[in-house]
Design a protein around this ligand. Structure first.
Ligand code: SGN
Ligand code: CA
Length: 540
């Protein structure tokens, strides 16, 4: 079945490629007649270096992007980017959590080699990173927005980053000259600062800009512009919102990331029946009086409704469904601002004649659960947090509106950027440039399997686990957890799951004990060990 699906896909792709070649031929003829040089060529024929704008958000699920078929929101600007570039349908992260994902992108190495396994670690900024390599090759480099790596950025001509998780309203930023508060909403002011840097840059050099949003990270605070967006809608629930974790490893049910059970009424759900309570005062700490009164007016209905709801007893199911509506609306509101600001960047590039020689990438540090398995947050190897959105517009290379289902990874980002800049890719980076895929090729030796490894114990009580992922299967080994019954000690465990996305696309059951899967299980075990050896994973 899989093979037949692939054949069909291939035939369609061949047709598309033939059409694209024909169109490309016509366009080339037109360009050769009418223009002196193509997108990345300077007059006289020498190759100029493309600019790179890497727009990176925090916790943005692909399920909440129009171009990925979202059933729950609209993202016109991200969709515009996708219609001009390539959408990656299986971009997997090596370790689904913020700091580690960022360290992987800087270094092109798995957590066990770059040294940043979990949030709270300190990134060793003296190691090789792609911004450093680009800077020494003549690029101007900047990072603006969320950083979350515990040490100061290195390898950048300019940095202006949020301390830790940062704040949504009137946030502080860290700079080489100290801390500075900026008035406004974080997604807007991060973009303002990035565009100002572009205005002020040295126009004789190519640039690499990392524009990294805090949004839509917890606790999902929308901007004034979107406080009422989705207010009158009821957002579609995922089919497994009421998952009970049966039929899978026991450790899943011990999670602390359930919509309903694990959400704080105030900070998460914005329920402040008394806006002068101590808790509310803490929440509004950074707001101006005007921002606070806009907020209170916008959330009045929700609070009124909650007061009523509190009076009647609710079942766990009713609570989960109600909290889902509160949660998802705020989450999507934050994304609306991200999308507006992506639009500002795309417009800026166009208005400043930078569109043709700038590669634009949109991605997120990981995926996110939007109620699937009853969850918010990320961390697990299951699809919604393992997969992150990736859209790349590379003028002159990508076929507009194309997509691919090849397994790619955030591990491949730095190699791609270096390749774009014509810089040699260091042999110790563990990913691979996406350029051939972006050019519409299907390299026969592209990866067919992928290694995942999550380490962090504590927040949300997710067990440490690793696994092998293929187009169809996942074999997962959960090996350590926090024992909540015994003084929160770290204990070793030995639990396994086998997922089959062909039979069970939403990963609601495990086939680990199914005799029909004996062969698949044995093959995956061998592949898992092969990957661990190849990637130099010497311990857990
Ligand atoms: C905070 C959040 C968690 C989240 C982590 C990591 N709690 O601790 O829900 O999982 O960040 O997120 S909060 O109450 O402070 O919002 S990450 O994206 O930075 O890895
Ligand atoms: Ca994140």
């Amino acid at each position: 079945m899989l093979i037949r699906l692939r054949d069909l896909d291939l035939k369609m792709r061949c047709k598309k490629v033939a059409l694209a070649l024909a169109v490309a031929g016509m366009v080339y003829g037109f360009l050769a007649d009418g223009l002196q040089a193509g997108p990345f060529e300077e007059e006289g024929g020498s190759q100029s270096k493309p600019n790179i704008v890497f727009i990176f958000s925090d916790d943005h699920a692909y399920q909440a992007i129009g171009a990925y078929g979202s059933q729950i929101n609209r993202t016109p600007n991200l969709d515009r980017l996708a219609s001009q570039g390539m959408r990656f349908d299986r971009c997997l992260v090596t370790n689904s959590i913020c700091g580690p994902a960022r360290a992987v992108i800087l270094t092109g190495k798995y957590s066990h080699l770059n040294g940043f396994r979990q949030n709270g670690d300190k990134f060793n900024g003296s190691q090789q990173t792609f911004p450093k390599l680009m800077r020494s090759a003549g690029y101007q480099t900047a990072v603006v927005g969320k950083w979350h790596l515990g040490s100061d950025p290195t390898g950048f001509d300019h940095w202006f980053v949020l301390p830790g998780q940062g704040n949504y309203y009137n946030p502080d930023f860290l700079t080489p000259n100290g801390r500075k508060q900026v008035s406004g909403y974080v997604t807007d002011v991060t973009t303002d600062h990035a565009l100002k840097w572009l205005d002020d840059r040295n126009q004789d050099k190519p640039f690499m800009l990392m524009l990294q949003h805090k949004a839509p990270h917890r606790a999902w605070l929308p901007s004034k512009d979107h406080l009422q967006t989705f207010e009158k809608e009821s957002i579609t629930e995922p089919s497994n919102l009421l998952d009970d974790y049966s039929g899978r490893a026991e450790v899943l049910a011990e999670n602390a990331m359930e919509v309903g059970k694990d959400m704080r009424p105030g900070f998460d759900l914005k329920l402040f029946p008394d806006p002068e309570s101590d808790q509310a005062k803490r929440f509004f700490r950074r707001f101006t009086p005007e921002q606070k009164s806009d907020w209170i007016a916008a959330y009045k209905n929700r609070n009124d409704h909650y007061l009523k709801y509190r009076e009647s007893a609710k079942t766990d199911e009713q609570k989960r469904r109600l909290h889902y509506q509160y949660y998802i609306k705020d989450y999507l509101r934050c994304i609306s601002s991200v999308d507006d600001n992506v639009g500002r960047v795309l417009d800026y590039l166009k208005q400043n004649s930078l569109e043709d020689n700038t590669i634009v990438i949109y991605s997120s540090d990981q995926g996110f659960y939007l109620g699937e398995h009853g969850w918010y947050d990320k961390r697990w190897i299951f699809e919604e947090s393992l997969r992150t959105p990736l859209i790349i517009r590379w003028p002159g290379l990508t076929e507009p509106g194309s997509h691919t289902s090849q397994i790619v990874s955030n591990l491949d980002f730095p190699e791609t950027f270096l390749d774009a800049a014509g810089i040699e890719i260091p042999a110790d980076m563990q990913g691979r440039s996406l350029k051939p895929i972006l050019a519409g090729q299907h390299p026969s030796d592209w990866r067919q399997s992928f290694y995942y490894h999550y380490y962090e114990l504590g927040t949300h009580n997710v067990a440490a686990h690793y696994g092998v992922v293929t187009e169809r299967y996942k074999l997962i080994h959960y090996y350590r957890k926090i024992d909540r019954e015994n003084g929160r000690a770290k204990v070793n465990i030995d639990q396994w799951d086998l997922m089959d996305r062909l039979k069970d696309p939403n990963e609601n059951m495990s086939f680990i004990n199914d005799p029909l899967y004996e062969e698949a299980r044995a093959e995956l075990k061998v592949e898992l060990q092969r990957l661990r050896d190849e990637l130099k994973v010497s311990s857990n």
